[in-house]
Design a protein around this ligand. Structure first.
Ligand code: ATP
Length: 453
């Protein structure tokens, strides 16, 4: 494995410098662990989500889509077990007034003496551990009264179970089939951190795949492989990815089996996505709490059963962070360090930049014409400000795979150069064939040039 120059500090600095992701509410001094996505961040995360949808909705025909409400009936969270059990053990220090997750004390810094863990400095005065529910509570309607308390969903999954019956009816689906959803989830995390790895509001990309109980292990394997391969196809280095099965003691109360897709982040191997066999826990619980029948009757043989659920549950922000970390690189051009995001072209926020070499002699007009001819097919950016080297560097920093340069020769023979972000090769092509050439490059298989280091 080549030595990686990436650190989380460099990612945070680049994201801020280029307006990809930055701290929220900065004019008021910021609010801890809350981040806003700027222009390139929106494009990047949208590409991640679009690839996820594409792999489920377009590349297969056994998954359908849903966009359910964030605020659901409060009974949802009683049935799901979140009211009773979605807690983290919390410890306060009476001396430094800091708050720690009791099961992460060995990874936390003492608020008074950061070189030791909480409880290890003489002044530390820790409380006993108390359970703290991670759901955000709010009130519906103008008055806070009995029955008006609701929760912001801590996961998108439950909205899918609540709608299972609808999908049997109007989508005319039968197991094995899945329902997929992308949306915001909220958790009042005690120790958020590592940039957008753990925040209190985040986006999830969840699939609940319903199968006959006896087929659940086979489908679990299928989704482990399918989801792992998705990250690899989009360019994450395979030596930075692994599947880790949960130990029996680590399994959530509902899970028959779970494996995590983990990525080697700068802070170490960490969960990117959890892929669980949830058995029939969710449908059975909602059937019990709602009084509705949530099972499936196979009309071919009259068999009635509650499907088992395989759940690949990914985080859009965590995946975006993994793509950024995996792509970050530095090299040297003309004696200067270049920061470059070696993103898979399909994930890159901007696919091509069109740059006139100089701001006169008809070059800007031709470059604009080219930009307009490409924008139907891909995200394209026009930039005429500053020296060409600096403009290339700006595009490298946001991971733009190709830069098209219009120069004096373009005006004579109707050609342009395509500069490749990674190889730095410059190929001269006819403007007439530019669109096809870029489309060809965009569709071609890709792997990280960092693997060749
Ligand atoms: P962790 O152990 O890291 O808290 P989890 O096992 O509780 O995660 P799940 O409930 O399985 O997470 O959620 C599925 C996915 O949602 C995670 O793999 C992650 O990508 C994302 N996710 C969960 N919590 C957060 C968070 N606080 N911030 C950002 N993403 C999150």
């Amino acid at each position: 494995m080549a030595t990686d120059v990436v650190t989380m500090d460099k990612i945070v600095a680049l994201c801020k410098r280029r307006g990809i992701i930055f701290p929220s509410s900065e004019i008021y001094g910021g609010i801890g662990s809350s981040y806003d996505y700027g222009h390139y961040g929106v494009l990047l995360k949208n590409n991640v989500k679009a690839q996820w949808w594409h792999s489920l909705l377009q590349e297969r025909d056994d998954v359908v889509a849903l966009d359910s409400a964030i605020i659901q009936h409060p009974r949802t969270w009683e049935a799901s077990g979140h009211v009773a059990g979605f807690t983290d053990p919390l410890i306060d220090c009476r001396f430094c007034k800091r708050r720690f997750s009791a099961d992460k004390l060995d990874q936390s810094e003492c608020g008074h003496k950061p070189s030791v863990h909480p409880g290890e400095a003489p002044q530390c005065d820790l409380t006993d551990s108390r359970n703290f529910n991670l759901m955000f509570e709010t009130t519906v309607g103008p008055v806070k009264e009995d029955g008006s308390t609701v929760f912001l969903r801590p996961e998108t999954a439950q909205g899918i179970f609540l709608n299972f019956k609808h999908y049997l009816q109007f989508a005319r689906k039968k197991p094995p089939f899945g329902i997929a959803q992308v949306g915001k989830s909220f958790r009042n995390e005690i120790t958020p951190g590592n940039f957008v790895f753990r925040t209190r509001e985040f986006e999830q990309m969840e699939l609940e795949f319903f199968v006959p109980p006896e087929d659940a292990p086979k489908w679990h394997e299928h989704w482990l492989k399918t989801r792992f391969d998705w990250y690899v196809r989009l360019g994450l280095r395979q030596d930075h990815l692994r599947l880790r099965p949960h130990e029996q003691a680590e399994l959530a109360h509902y899970a028959v089996a779970t494996s995590d897709v983990e990525y080697l982040f700068p802070m170490g191997w960490s969960e990117l996505e959890g892929i669980a066999n949830r058995g029939d826990y969710d449908l059975s619980r909602h059937a019990k709490y709602s009084g509705e029948k949530l099972d499936y009757v196979d009309t071919a043989n009259g068999r009635r059963y509650t499907p088992f659920v395989i759940e690949p549950s990914a985080g859009a922000d965590r995946a975006t962070l993994a793509f950024l970390v995996d792509a970050y690189d530095e090299d040297e051009i003309d004696g200067e360090t270049r920061v470059v995001l070696r993103l898979h072209p399909q994930i890159a926020p901007v696919k091509v930049a069109v740059l006139p070499l100089i701001k006169k002699a008809g070059q800007p007009e031709l470059a604009r014409e080219i930009q307009h001819s490409l924008r139907e097919d891909m995200q394209v950016e026009y930039d005429e400000g500053g020296a060409i080297g600096r403009r290339y560097r700006r595009q490298d920093e946001i991971g733009t795979p190709w830069a098209v340069t219009v120069d004096h020769q373009s005006m004579e023979d109707h050609t342009v150069t395509i500069r490749d972000r990674d190889s730095l090769a410059q190929d001269r092509v006819q403007i007439d064939s530019l669109r096809d050439e870029l489309r060809r490059r965009l569709a071609a298989p890709w792997h990280s040039p960092k693997l060749e280091d």
